[in-house]
Design a binder for this molecule. Structure first.
Ligand code: ADP
Ligand code: TRP
Length: 335
């Protein structure tokens, strides 16, 4: 049986190297690997981003950035249904219906909401819900709708999203039990364990929220500057360096072949200066990013191309969405 594989990316800031190696690259490799054995749906989850991004100009910019990033790395719209969440009105209808089948307690237990409540409690706030909007609270229902609307079998996600897919599965299974038929397909998460957590410039996880990231498509000059900011120890120019504790070495590993890596390793042990090591690393990263960067810049200067691709993608997606909604309305509402 052909599988449906779906994943969404929230446009909350410029995509960085961690997003590329941890999410974009593995997803595009999966498309090549599965070929005709699966239907792929990749979409931009801008309505999820609105829980935090409240500035319209920025919001729009992030949407284009994410779309251009996927396309620059080779997403092929003929092989993947690529669309924007907001272009699928059926999604919001389904969200309401799913809400009517979601126990409030499940959302009380959702990690992201609980973490915010815990923060308020630590600050001794009178109201544990202070500053938490209903978008944050009901976030898992909108995500369940993203998934269930397309009869998704597999949802590739990072570890932090497992609970959300579990919530989607449990809503589907509750509905199926109540109506005694398979109204909705029960999805499974797929967590790629082998994808390492890419460190940021300071050694913590690279994240937009930590201000430690290397955005993918900055200029060469800016990229060089950022690479020079990577944390090193105080070992002097001709002194031997320990590759196993060097962040520069960790990055080099991500962008080189095993042979190239072993040469780099020897050079560090022999006393390559940090400055020279960073210059070599810059070359490695830049060589891999150069092609996609040109493509990205081209797309960002011709945004009507992106608009057109997303409109076409939405049209394909809606054909599926309409079918699902007919089935859902018939079973749940008798309409
Ligand atoms: P951020 O932490 O920068 O806000 P997101 O949470 O938007 O990133 O993550 C988008 C995707 O990129 C997710 O699939 C996530 O697992 C992946 N990702 C983000 N940061 C990293 C990282 N440092 N290493 C590996 N993958 C990452
Ligand atoms: N919540 C996901 C994140 O923060 C993004 C997302 C929204 C998503 N809807 C989805 C991921 C549906 C997979 C499937 O990364």
């Amino acid at each position: 049986m052909k599988k449906t594989i779906l994943t969404g990316v929230k446009p909350t800031g410029m995509a960085h190297i961690g997003n590329y190696l941890g999410a974009i690259k593995p997803a595009l490799e999966e498309v090549e690997k599965r070929k005709e054995n699966a239907d792929f749906f990749f979409f931009i989850a801008e309505y999820h981003a609105h829980t935090s991004v409240k500035e319209p100009a920025l919001f729009k910019e992030y949407i284009y950035d994410i779309a251009a990033t996927w396309l620059a790395f080779g997403l092929n719209p003929d092989k993947v249904t690529f669309y924007r969440q907001g272009d699928i009105p059926e999604l919001f209808e389904l969200t309401w219906l799913l809400a009517c089948h979601t126990p409030k307690g499940d959302l009380n237990r959702a990690h992201a909401y609980k973490a915010l409540v815990a923060e308020n409690q630590e600050k001794d706030n009178q109201d544990p819900d202070q500053g938490i909007n209903m978008g944050v609270y009901t976030y898992p229902i909108l995500m369940a709708s993203d998934i269930l609307l397309f009869d998704t079998n597999i949802v590739p996600v990072g570890k932090d999203q497992i609970q959300h897919v579990e919530i989607a599965r449990s809503i589907a299974s509750r509905i199926n039990e109540l109506y005694k038929t398979e109204v909705l397909v029960e999805p499974q998460e797929e967590v790629k364990e082998e994808v390492a957590t890419i460190p940021g410039l300071d050694g913590r996880k690279m994240s937009k929220s930590y201000n430690n990231s290397i955005p993918l498509f900055v200029s060469e000059k800016k990229l060089k500057k950022l690479v020079n900011k990577i944390k090193t120890d105080s070992t002097g120019p001709n002194e031997p360096k320990d590759p196993d504790t060097a962040l520069v070495y960790d990055y080099y590993k991500l962008f080189s072949t095993p042979e190239e890596l072993s040469v780099f390793r020897e050079e560090l042990i022999k006393g390559l200066s940090w400055g020279e090591a960073k210059a070599q690393l810059f070359e490695k990263i830049n060589n891999q990013i150069k092609g996609p960067r040109d493509k990205y810049n081209q797309l960002m200067e011709n945004r009507q191309v992106i608009d057109k691709l997303l409109v076409d993608g939405a049209q394909k997606a809606r054909a599926v969405a309409k079918r699902t909604m007919e089935r859902v309305r018939k079973n749940l509402l008798g309409l």
